[in-house]
Write a protein of this length. Structure first.
Length: 148
């Protein structure tokens, strides 16, 4: 096992999710990797920016495209702590991202449940650090409920 494997990069996405948690955002984090290098880091900013589209993946796509200098992310991998929603999966189609790796599944609004089409050449790997990713989300919503 190489130190730069799916688990390594998912841990980096979890660090982003923790930053979102600390800001009171739904704790979803993402990193985009190109040639074993992280080229984008992001987390949910929907509350901070008052923008329903400011999901971690959307922020990461923009940063990665800016880094590369082009809109296509064919040779990149998105690591995200929660299964992408319909919007983020749809955006992944347009970026033509090479691979999506996610941690926790989203049984109600995840792209696989909603049968959202992703690019036919995009590989998907699910369940990397699923327990850790899910734990942070559960903790966030438990604390949110207890505050209300």
């Amino acid at each position: 096992m190489t130190p730069y494997d799916d688990t390594y990069f998912m841990k980096k996405a979890l660090q982003e999710a923790q930053m979102a948690f600390d800001k009171g955002e739904v704790p979803v984090g993402a990193v985009i990797v190109h040639k074993q290098q992280i080229i984008a880091r992001a987390h949910n900013l929907t509350e901070t920016l008052n923008d329903v589209t400011a999901h971690a993946e959307m922020q990461a796509y923009t940063a990665a495209a800016d880094f590369i200098g082009g809109k296509y992310l064919r040779d990149c991998t998105l690591y995200v702590t929660l299964e992408p929603c319909q919007m983020c999966a749809g955006a992944s189609y347009w970026t033509q991202i090479g691979k999506i790796v996610y941690g926790a599944s989203e049984p109600k609004l995840g792209f696989s449940k909603l049968q959202t089409k992703i690019h036919p050449k995009t590989k998907v790997v699910a369940g990397i650090l699923e327990e850790e990713c899910g734990f942070l989300l559960k903790k966030f919503f438990i604390e949110k409920r207890n505050l209300n």
